[in-house]
Design a protein around this ligand. Sequence first.
Ligand SMILES: [Zn+2]
Length: 184
Amino acid sequence: MSRYLAAVRGFAAAAIALLLGLTPAQAQQDDMIENALRAAARTFERALPGLDAVSMGVPTQEYHDALVQRRFASSLWGAPLDVQLVTNESERGLCSGFAAYVTPAIQQGAVSLVICPRFFSPGADELRQTTMLHEMVHVVAGTNECQAMAFTARIQKLATGSFQPVSDYWTRNKCNASRYRLPD
Ligand SMILES: [Zn+2]
């Protein structure tokens, strides 16, 4: 891209951000969230042929809809739900330990996926995608960490032949004693 075009595009992005009442930093964060969701959706769609209707307790259609449309017919809650993305500016509470988390409670027909400051760490594109794949398991299927890690690894393995290593978190959550397994 020429420098002139880059400047025009930068200006256009800033103008759109202003129109939406966003600061440039917020607009940049929104871009990072959208990019991570798109990358996660591409990976999931590549893995789709290898999945059953329900894999590891995660209903494939619900997971797909949550990831791609941010709205899904929840069999867990027996109702259609929106996935509400919430950006948390503070590193306190759960954000002190996580890049993102899902609150198990449903409020006004939506389940909240909270994005924490560390999600936006420079250069962490792969981790951002993994985070979205992982959190969307919680959105659809609940709070089991071993299930979320095993399903995410299975998706990545099916799509790309390898998966983001999670051995520390796997051990800390005693997942070897769970019914879930990481791919070989
Ligand atoms: Zn988790």
